[in-house]
Design a protein around this ligand. Structure first.
Ligand code: SF4
Ligand code: SF4
Length: 372
């Protein structure tokens, strides 16, 4: 049995010409990836005001919008909720986004990163009413939210604004499905209850599910050697009925090719595979100390410019793989950036973290592990 699920091209981890500067997008590689992706019959691009230090939209304009007819692709963009101070900001920010992209309408427009900290900003700015107006006037064909919080808050939001919304973008992967922190299953079930389509983000949990410890990888091979680790993660994320699009933050041509392959004849997982993945999730969850999804929002807030997600990834990898090379990478990264011990505990990163990680506390553990 196969299912229609679209692979969405997430423009948040684009190829770079300078690995240390994520505003330096490699346009040559990016346009090759777009051409391949479009050629395989896919057409959904997801960006935001914030990605790549506010450069993602412009690169989409030059590499996609200016090279393909408008009706041949779909673009989803997101309101930077954290910049909203009042109703007058809605139109101003939307105009900036349309201009950066060089388009006159969005196929999907989302209020970005709705959680308990940002919902009051969107409500004060009347952004839910504003996106309803965008839909009426044709500036957005579909509207929704990207959501990062627990199911009780989502239920309140859908109760209040469910009539306005068409889609919810959710973090959904087999590791978060039963997580008490992310509540992916409960959030998904609410979307189904309210009849909303779901766009999945973080299907591979920031890359975590693409590289697992050897013993766990071996368990997959023994169970069924037909699929790679990322394929298992993508198949899981695309299985629930209302999931229509799965975003993958593709960073190079090979990844684009591999991902396109999985979606050609998309095979949802069956009940037995679901059980197997849940068992694997329990094993992995026991091993991962910091549930960072590598969104990078915290880094933008940090006055010390600490590369927080990099440090968390190194710390997690060290817990999983115990390799000397990981300490060496920490050494070189912290030599050119503020080390984890340089956190001044200002707290500016706390509210923005979609995973609700106590970042200053975790940075203390990173500093202890790596010696600074
Ligand atoms: S608490 Fe630490 S990590 Fe967070 S923003 Fe402040 S200095 Fe940066
Ligand atoms: S710590 Fe939180 S905000 Fe920072 S990259 Fe990880 S998930 Fe994102």
């Amino acid at each position: 049995m196969s299912k229609d699920v679209m692979l969405g091209f997430g423009a948040m981890r684009l190829p770079l010409t300078d690995e240390n500067n994520d505003s330096k997008v490699d346009d040559e590689e990016f346009s090759k990836m777009i051409d391949y992706y479009m050629d395989q019959g896919y057409n959904y691009f997801d960006t935001s005001y914030a990605y790549h230090q506010e450069k993602s939209e412009e690169h989409l304009r030059t590499q996609l919008v200016e090279r393909y007819p408008r009706e041949s692709f779909k673009i989803a963009d997101k309101m930077p909720t954290w910049l909203l101070t009042g109703p007058e900001d809605n139109e101003r920010l939307v105009n900036v986004m349309l201009e950066r992209l060089g388009i006159t309408y969005f196929d999907v427009f989302l209020i970005h990163n709705i959680n308990s900290a940002f919902l009051p900003l969107a409500e004060k700015a009347e952004t839910f009413q504003y996106i309803a107006k965008m839909k009426e006037e044709g500036t957005a064909k579909k509207v929704g939210i990207s959501y990062h919080d627990k199911s009780d808050l989502l239920e309140q939001i859908l109760e209040k604004y469910g009539d306005i919304l068409d889609v919810v973008q959710l973090q959904l992967n087999y590791l978060d499905w039963e997580s008490n922190l992310t509540e992916a299953r409960k959030n998904y079930e609410l979307c189904e209850k309210y009849g909303l389509d779901v766009i999945v983000m973080e299907p591979v949990k920031g890359g975590t599910l693409a590289k697992l410890p050897d013993n766990i990888e071996q368990e997959f091979k023994e169970y069924n050697n037909e699929y790679t680790l990322p394929q298992w993660a993508l198949r899981f994320a695309g299985t629930p009925k209302n999931v229509k699009i799965i975003l993958s933050g593709m960073s190079n041509f090979q990844q684009t090719k591999d991902n396109c392959e999985v979606f050609k004849d998309f095979r949802p997982i069956n009940d037995e595979e679901q059980e197997f993945l849940q068992k694997i999730a329990d094993e992995i969850n026991k091993l991962i100390p910091i549930p960072c999804s590598y969104c990078g929002y915290c880094k933008k807030q940090c006055p010390k410019e600490i590369p927080i997600p990099d440090y968390f990834e190194l710390y997690n990898n060290q817990s999983l793989y115990k390799l000397e090379s990981i300490s060496a990478i920490y050494g070189t990264t912290s030599a050119v950036n503020t080390p984890a011990s340089g956190c001044i505990e200002c707290g500016k990163c706390l509210d923005i973290c979609p995973q609700k990680i106590n970042i200053p506390e975790e940075l203390k553990k990173v500093a202890k592990e790596f010696g600074q």
